[in-house]
Write a protein that binds this ligand. Structure first.
Ligand SMILES: *Cc1c(COP(=O)(O)O)cnc(C)c1O
Length: 482
């Protein structure tokens, strides 16, 4: 981003947009927030937004849309087949992602479903830099397994490594030799690796992965849901690309993948998704599954209005002043919390700030879900809704045993152009207060555990009366303040 200096010397990210449509927020009293937690099984996914002040659950489908995206929705061509809106989107995919075949799907996981149905068999192994929840669920559902191949630094919480999402090339080759290339339907690289804190991979690393894929003749699949932000961090952190345009960086990445898929809830600030390729044979293999699971090939389960906004949103991904907004706010949030001594995942990545619940709640054993507890406690004392990204988000193994996450994180998502800087300052204030009163936070236990993707609808409860104690301390320090 073009650096904009303040004469005062203060270093803050400046909003490069104006706000023209607004939505009222509700900050309800702390007693009501406790009731809301009880009603929602101490699971922030189950809260109703009428009780939420700052919704930092996710960036999925919550990025602010631009005036041009909204305007484009008005020219939607509602047709079941052959809609002009679809052809506009197809053109955007080709121009931005450089792929001429595009299959629309209703969201990112639908692309994963189709790829898994087409390529995963009993015994298949998919090497990846790191899993995403829905990716893993679809691959295992089809009888496959995954292996995660980050370098050790990818798991280091407090680091200054610029590319923690890089794939370990030696381990990749080792795994291919051990399991046999024929059992590996594809290698998967995830841009801005979500579950390890929105951490990017470098283009050099992707080149190295591509070379191995070529050597063993294995397809390379790129999960491009967070591609724009990965490209922005490549521009900032990878010397070769410091002066390159977003367009060049994005194309350099997508050109290396045989298949690119994405959630448009993230990539293009709309709602939808897609799979794209330049390989006709691959397109043909996947094509038949779209009408079966999604809808006809020219809408794929996406509303036609959203198709129009996706097309515009894809082009806007190339605008650095748009794409920089969320990462720059995140960097500010992470740095300020860090200065206040809050244990954080570093360096700042994309998508959101990530609190290190393993450290903040080191007195809570992993069996009592420290990240889930921290997310609930933060909502209780602030109305800020974050997301548990720790053991609650893990799935049980094939024998039904609990598996514990490598990292216990609470993610505070910063969707594009949604929050103002004073709201971010409120987050810094409340999180810092909670960190100082961390010992008052207690553990959680499951009372209702769904068999798949349990974190979405699961219900938990506190192991003792710690929420009441936290409320008492809050009242002591904040008086009648909300
Ligand atoms: C969100 C996400 C998905 C799934 O997309 P949905 O639209 O939520 O189904 C897949 N991969 C990554 C990296 C994501 O961030």
């Amino acid at each position: 981003m073009q650096e904009i200096k303040f004469y005062s010397g203060e270093e803050i990210p400046l909003e490069l947009h104006k706000v023209r449509v607004v939505q009222k927020l509700h900050l309800v009293p702390i007693e009501r927030r406790l009731e809301a937690l009880q009603e929602g099984g101490f699971n922030t996914f189950r809260l109703n937004t009428k009780d939420v002040f700052l919704d930092m659950l996710t960036d999925s489908g919550t990025n602010a849309m631009s005036d041009n995206q909204m305007a484009a929705m008005m020219q939607a061509d509602d047709a079941y087949a052959g809609s002009q809106s679809f052809y506009r989107l197809q053109k955007a995919v080709e121009e931005v992602l450089g792929k001429k075949y595009y299959l629309p799907v209703h969201q990112g996981r639908a692309a994963e479903n189709i790829l898994s149905k087409a390529y995963i068999k009993q015994g298949s192994l998919v090497p990846m830099n790191y899993h995403f929840t829905t990716t893993l669920a679809h691959i295992t559902e089809c009888g496959g397994r995954i292996v995660e191949l980050l370098y050790d630094e990818g798991y280091v919480m407090n680091s200054d490594h610029p590319f923690k999402g890089n794939m370990n090339i030696e381990k990749l080759e080792e795994n291919i030799k051990r399991h046999g290339a024929k059992n590996i339907p594809f290698i998967r690289m995830e841009a801005s690796t979500n579950l390890i804190g929105g951490q990017p991979f470098s283009i050099q690393n992707l080149r190295d992965v591509r070379a191995i894929a070529d050597k063993y003749n294995i397809r390379l699949v790129l999960d491009a849901s967070l591609l724009g932000e990965n490209a922005y961090l490549v521009k900032l952190r990878e010397k070769e690309f410091n002066d390159s345009s977003m367009e060049t960086i994005i194309k350099t990445m997508t050109d290396m993948a045989d298949i690119v898929y994405f959630s448009a809830r993230k990539l293009s600030s709309s709602r939808g998704g897609g799979i794209c390729t330049n390989n006709e044979a691959i397109y043909k293999e996947l094509e038949a599954l779209v009408p079966l699971y999604e809808g006809f090939l020219t809408y794929g389960g996406i509303s036609v209005r959203e198709i129009e906004s996706m097309a515009v949103g894809l082009y806007e991904t190339l605008d650095e002043t748009m794409i920089c907004q969320s990462p720059e706010f995140i960097r500010y949030l992470v740095n300020e919390l860090d200065k206040n001594g809050v244990p954080m995942l570093k360096p700042a990545g994309v998508l959101g700030a990530h609190l290190d619940a393993m450290d903040i709640c080191s007195h809570i054993p992993q069996t009592q879900y420290p990240a889930g507890a921290l997310a609930a406690a933060l909502f209780l004392i602030s109305g800020i809704r974050g997301m548990e990204r720790g053991s609650v988000s893990n799935q049980r193994d094939e024998y039904g045993n609990e598996t514990y996450a490598d990292m216990e994180l609470v993610r505070l998502a910063v969707p594009r152009r949604v929050f103002t800087l004073s709201q971010i300052k409120y987050v810094i204030d409340r999180v810092s207060w909670l960190n100082q009163n961390r010992t008052l936070i207690g553990g959680l236990k499951f009372v209702y555990e769904p068999p798949v993707l349990r974190f979405f609808m699961g219900g938990l409860e506190p192991v003792d009366d710690w929420p009441q104690k936290l409320i008492a301390k809050f009242k002591e320090d904040f008086g009648e303040s909300l």
